[in-house]
Design a protein around this ligand. Structure first.
Ligand SMILES: Cc1ncc(COP(=O)(O)O)c(C=O)c1O
Length: 417
């Protein structure tokens, strides 16, 4: 495999505007002190090694970055379903779900999703971010208590803030800390967790969490973004793997942009609650319905996810090989047994340098830095997928071990999170 070519700035990219003194960026003069404020902000980010840029990704790089855990983004069946639905139904829904944008393909997908995660009903959203925003703001408000794991995804945290409810965050996976937070006063309590944590890859202790939620009359909402497709029978998630049904964990959130390899999201739960979302979730109501061809592609993808167990088997054999070999090489891995394998380096500059050194050798492994993760825990987020072969894993690990043994070259500002 050739090393990835250096990428030259394309439209929309710029090397380091924080350092540019151009008084009229792109010939546009911003009013008041906007330009100088923006420059100060960006210079501070650059100084803290937190300046980010998008880069056009080349397909030659070995991808250890995506959430395409079952390697379905390029599968021909969803692509064919998408093309056929676009020809028959058009590319876009044309209006919001309550105003005519809701089609039979949406309803069919919702029914299949509800059946998959074994919850009574489901509602579609355009993204997982919007699903979490809609779910939590439609359920909680001032006087309510929302309790969340400290490492929950930004969409769950933002949703709680937007709801106006009292938000309390417990120490990651710490059940004593969770119990303390759940005893705080509140009109109603909502407990939101991820089942597989997006930046750490570890699992929440779901059975204990569900028991604590029940003890404190808290409504448990589980974001299964990184577990669906990967864990449980037919990929039906971590709750199903832990044998936790609708009684213990009534609300499930799932996204299509990860294992399903498409785009969009859903919330599944009791019909009473889904009806509330349709009536009250602003990110469901005030937005165009998901594109019907995408719903068709997701349906095709869901069938593959359920049918092709070999994808999960292969993925887990890669995870085992990765963990074993990383230990042999003395790499500082975390206790994750999911496709997400973080290599925590601490310092943002160190993570960036390693990411860059790997990119030069043809591996795409992003450095993840604050504010996406807590200060001092910058890392490479290595994610495995069913499209990898054992030799890909071996090559990556050997490259990392070699790089960590030697002082790395100075870094440039990068595109990582
Ligand atoms: C746990 C979790 N929830 C929600 C989301 C948002 O999903 P989407 O990318 O569909 O907006 C993500 C993805 O980044 C995630 O990791």
């Amino acid at each position: 495999m050739p090393p990835s070519a250096p990428v030259s700035p394309a439209h929309g990219e710029h090397s380091d505007p924080a350092l540019s003194a151009d008084p009229k960026p792109n010939g546009v003069e911003l009013p008041g002190d906007w330009a100088s404020w923006l420059r100060t902000q960006q210079a501070a980010l650059n100084h803290a090694q937190q300046w980010r840029q998008r880069r056009v990704q080349t397909s030659e790089a070995r991808d250890f970055a995506s959430n395409d855990y079952l390697a379905l983004t390029r599968h021909p069946e969803p692509a064919r379903a998408l093309a056929a639905a676009a020809a028959e139904l058009g590319c876009g829904a044309g209006s919001a779900q309550l105003l005519g944008g809701y089609r039979s393909i949406h309803r069919k997908l919702e029914e299949r999703l509800a059946e998959w995660v074994d919850r009574p009903a489901a509602a579609l959203f355009s993204t997982g971010y919007m699903a979490n925003l809609g779910l939590i703001t439609a359920l909680a408000g001032a006087d309510d208590l929302i309790v969340q794991d400290k490492l929950n995804h930004a969409s769950l945290i933002d949703a709680a803030r937007l709801s106006g409810a009292k938000l309390r965050r417990y120490r990651h996976n710490d059940m004593a800390s969770l119990r303390r937070q759940l005893t705080l006063p509140g009109r109603r309590r909502l407990l939101a967790v991820e089942s597989v944590f997006s930046m750490d890859g570890d699992l929440a202790p779901l059975a204990e969490i569900a028991a604590l939620a029940a003890d404190h009359d808290a409504l448990l909402c589980v974001d299964e973004a990184h577990a669906l497709g990967v864990l449980g029978e037919r990929g039906s998630g971590a709750l199903s793997a832990a044998d936790l049904g609708a009684e213990q964990a009534p609300v499930v959130v799932g996204t299509f942009g990860k294992s399903l390899g498409t785009h969009g999201a859903f919330v599944a739960g009791p019909q009473l609650l889904i009806d509330q979302l349709v009536n009250r979730a602003r990110s469901h109501i005030y937005t165009t319905a998901p594109a019907p061809p995408l719903a068709a592609a997701t349906l095709a993808s869901l069938e593959l996810v359920q049918r092709e167990q070999w994808r999960r088997d292969h993925l887990f054999s890669l995870i085992d090989a990765f963990v074993r070999r990383a230990a042999e090489l003395g790499l500082p891995l975390s206790p994750s047994r999911s496709p997400i394998q973080p290599l925590i380096l601490g310092d943002a500059g160190r993570a960036l340098k390693l990411s860059r050194a790997l990119a030069a050798q043809g591996f795409h492994v992003p450095a993840i830095r604050p504010p996406t993760i807590p200060e001092g825990t910058s890392r490479l987020r290595i994610s495995l997928n069913a499209g990898h072969q054992p030799e890909d894993v071996e090559l990556l690990l050997v490259a990392i071990a070699r790089e960590l043994e030697q002082p790395l070259q100075a870094s440039r500002p990068g595109d990582e999170r």
